[in-house]
Design a protein around this ligand. Structure first.
Ligand SMILES: NC(=O)c1ccc[n+]([C@@H]2O[C@H](COP(=O)([O-])OP(=O)(O)OC[C@H]3O[C@@H](n4cnc5c(N)ncnc54)[C@H](O)[C@@H]3O)[C@@H](O)[C@H]2O)c1
Length: 375
């Protein structure tokens, strides 16, 4: 079978998850190509060698340019901080290699558009790691909406809240570096925007609000304080192109919330609710139930939902975060081989998501409703 040489750049939280998914995917799914963990690049040769040994890569390098030029690398996989996505992706595209990049695609919509344009000009396939779109329960939500089971969509209420920056003394990290783009509105907000677009459709206009809650944080291992210039909290009222209205919220200072990537879609005949703190559940309410017996029912993920049975044959036994990443990798490998459907979100869709992110900040700064096409 044809091999697919993986060149992974970065080996932190996401690098580990990608490596795991590439190792797991051929065991779980029938794949048209076999992913081979070929080459890993990190900040320097020592860090790269250590990570390569731990994650099962054959070779390592301290220079991502070497990885792109390497003839055994067929796919460039970017899991670095956001500032590096553009230079690495553009170099890979120039070399004619497909790119799998973590979200958010770029620090801003203009850069994301540059990346999407370059890939399309060169005819290079791209994929962006909005993994929660691959959660079988999110796919089911979209299926229910498309089938008309809850009628015409009236409203969407979405949030991605976690609490990893709640402690005001939590150290300054690359996530707070303005060069990498906005704050939580990009880091977590992009996920809930990606879901809103997939389940309900394009967002046409919005009015946003952003807030920096802690304006100085210590540098790691030091008492020196660094100013924080990005948002810790963001929210927006949104108008969907299809007529529905809604709200989107993101926070990394929401004490107690560990993975509240949650949404509610209400239609004229019912409501769907999904919360990733219980990622194997979808709650569905439909109108017309007998009086005194009305209520939401809880659907547990099971073999009747896309890509669940490949992991486990019995319902209710639960998939996890890395399984969802494995589904993402399967879809990517199938699309690269040409047999499967086009992978989404690609760079073009990630640009559309980034326009909403930038739009929320623009609207908040200018204190007015904006049309997303202004971005
Ligand atoms: N899809 C998701 O659910 C999800 C979750 C977390 C993070 N992310 C995204 O993944 C990306 C990485 O986040 P993370 O949490 O894994 O970060 P991290 O800090 O844990 O890891 C970043 C990695 O990049 C490496 N790196 C930094 N500079 C480099 C360079 N010049 N050359 C090569 N390697 C370099 C670091 O050494 C580290 O190994 C970000 O874009 C982030 O937004 C996505």
């Amino acid at each position: 079978m044809k091999r697919l040489g993986i060149g992974l750049v970065g080996s932190g939280f996401m690098g580990r998850s990608h490596a795991h998914a590439f190792r797991a995917a051929p065991g779980v799914f029938d794949l048209p190509m076999t992913p081979v963990l070929e080459l890993l690049a990190d900040v320097n040769a020592e860090a790269a060698a250590k990570a390569a040994a731990g994650l099962g890569f054959a070779r390592s390098t301290g220079d991502w340019r070497e990885l792109i030029a390497d003839p055994a690398v067929d796919l460039v996989d970017i899991t670095t901080p956001n500032t590096l996505h553009l230079p690495i992706a553009l170099a890979a595209i120039e070399a004619g290699k497909p790119v799998y990049c973590e979200k958010p695609l770029a620090p801003n919509a203009a850069d994301a558009k540059r990346m999407a344009d370059a890939a399309e000009r060169k005819g290079v396939k791209t994929a962006v790691g909005f993994n929660y779109l691959k959660n079988p329960m999110v796919a089911l939500a979209r299926e229910i909406v498309e089938s008309g089971e809850i009628g015409e969509v009236v409203s969407f209420r979405g949030i991605h809240a976690e609490d990893y920056m709640t402690d005001p003394m939590a150290p300054y990290t690359w996530r707070l570096d303005k060069k990498g783009g906005h704050g939580v509105v990009a880091d977590l907000g992009s996920h809930i925007i990606s879901i809103a677009r997939m389940v309900v459709g394009p967002i046409e206009s919005l009015v946003g609000q952003i807030k920096t809650v802690t304006d100085r944080r210590p540098l790691a291992g030091s008492s020196e304080m660094k100013p924080v210039e990005v948002d810790d909290e963001a929210r927006a009222l949104v108008q969907f192109a299809g007529g529905a209205t809604g709200s989107i919220e993101a926070s990394w200072v929401k004490a107690g919330r560990k993975m509240t990537l949650a949404f509610e879609v209400t239609g004229s005949k019912g409501t769907i609710e999904v919360d990733h703190e219980r990622l194997n559940e979808l709650k569905l309410y439909t109108t017309g139930q007998p009086k005194g017996r009305e209520g939401f029912k809880t659907i547990l993920a099971g073999p009747d939902h896309s890509f669940y049975k490949e992991f486990v044959p019995a319902p209710g036994h639960q998939l996890g975060f890395n399984d969802i990443k494995t589904i993402e990798v399967m879809a990517l490998v199938r699309s690269l081989a040409g047999g499967g459907p086009k992978f989404l979100p690609d760079f073009r869709e990630a640009w559309e998501i980034q326009r909403v992110v930038d739009g929320i900040v623009l609207s908040a700064n200018e204190k007015r409703w904006i049309d997303v096409t202004e971005v």
